[in-house]
Design a protein around this ligand. Structure first.
Ligand code: PAF
Length: 283
């Protein structure tokens, strides 16, 4: 595995790989890699001949009161894991390589309307605009044939799919199922913020989503009541729920009783961690 920090160097090497006929796949990350990320890497191998992973903690997508400073950074352990997974290139740019030294105020922004401002976008203003912007930049640097994202960040995946369609980016986007621990808790770098007692409570988030899924399968279509019961369950367990929402899978719009392809999305704070999870439902 070759570690590259400069955009020009990565471009030059990948141009050669492309010229030799290789299909390139890309897994963008913010590091602190766990089994969920490694699953994305394994899927990348299955759909290409050359796997590129990036690690860049994109400060712009964190709100002023969010955890940018404390976000877990484990570069050495990450490199070892990616080396074992036979990644071809690890791109680890600095902030000055990615953003101009003159500052960010005049930087181009990529904004996907509607889906960027609901759910997590409502609680984290500007977050998805800067996710889309940094992913667009990374796509332009790597120019992959395929990019793999976790379904754990379902709204992020929806934003990226819209961006790629709207801007005619010739990239296949693959969504990978969420990797869970034995308790059902979705793996996340932010689980590291949980204390042992919070870790015992955390799987309630997944269990609550499963309960809604079952009720939908049983024919219940009172979305508002299902959402508010679930919020109470989470609050009783010790969470501070942000939202629980049943939406259409395709664009995260509010469903009618006739919609069949749904997704239940949730975000809730537990101690210092803001946890998100979702479950897709096909009725
Ligand atoms: O999901 C993430 O880790 C980040 O949002 C991403 C896609 C790498 C952009 O910074």
């Amino acid at each position: 595995m070759k570690i590259i920090t400069a955009i020009n160097e990565l471009r030059a090497i990948l141009a050669q790989e492309r010229a030799s006929g290789k299909k390139i796949s890309f897994v963008p990350t913010m590091g602190n890699l766990h089994e969920g990320h490694l699953d994305l890497v394994r899927r990348a191998h299955q759909s290409s001949d050359c796997v590129v992973v990036s690690i860049f903690v994109n400060q712009m997508q964190f709100g002023p009161s969010e955890d940018y400073t404390n976000y877990p950074r484990t570069p050495e352990a990450d490199q070892q894991k990616l080396h074992s997974e036979k990644v071809d290139y690890l791109f680890m740019p600095t902030a000055t390589e990615m953003y101009p030294p003159t500052g960010i105020t005049t930087h181009t922004e990529v904004f996907v309307p509607d889906v960027s401002t609901i759910l997590c976008g409502a609680s984290r203003p500007g977050h998805f605009k800067w996710v889309a912007t940094v992913v667009a930049k990374l796509f332009n640097i790597v120019q992959p044939d395929v990019a793999i994202f976790g379904e754990k960040d379902f709204q992020q995946l929806t934003v990226i799919r819209s961006m790629v369609t709207d801007l005619c980016m010739p990239i296949e986007i693959i969504g990978a199922p969420t990797t869970r621990g034995e308790s059902g808790l979705a793996l996340s770098s932010r689980n590291g913020y949980l204390t042992p007692s919070e870790l015992a409570i955390a799987p309630t988030l997944y269990k609550t989503l499963m309960q809604i899924k079952q009720k939908l399968a049983d024919g219940n279509r009172d979305f508002v009541a299902l959402e508010s019961q679930a919020k109470s369950t989470l609050a009783e367990a010790g969470f501070v729920p942000d939202y629980i929402s049943i939406r259409c899978q395709s664009d995260l719009s509010e469903p009618t009783a006739d919609d069949k392809m749904l997704v239940i999305l949730a975000a809730a704070k537990l101690g210092k961690a803001r946890l998100i999870d979702n479950l897709q439902v096909a009725l």
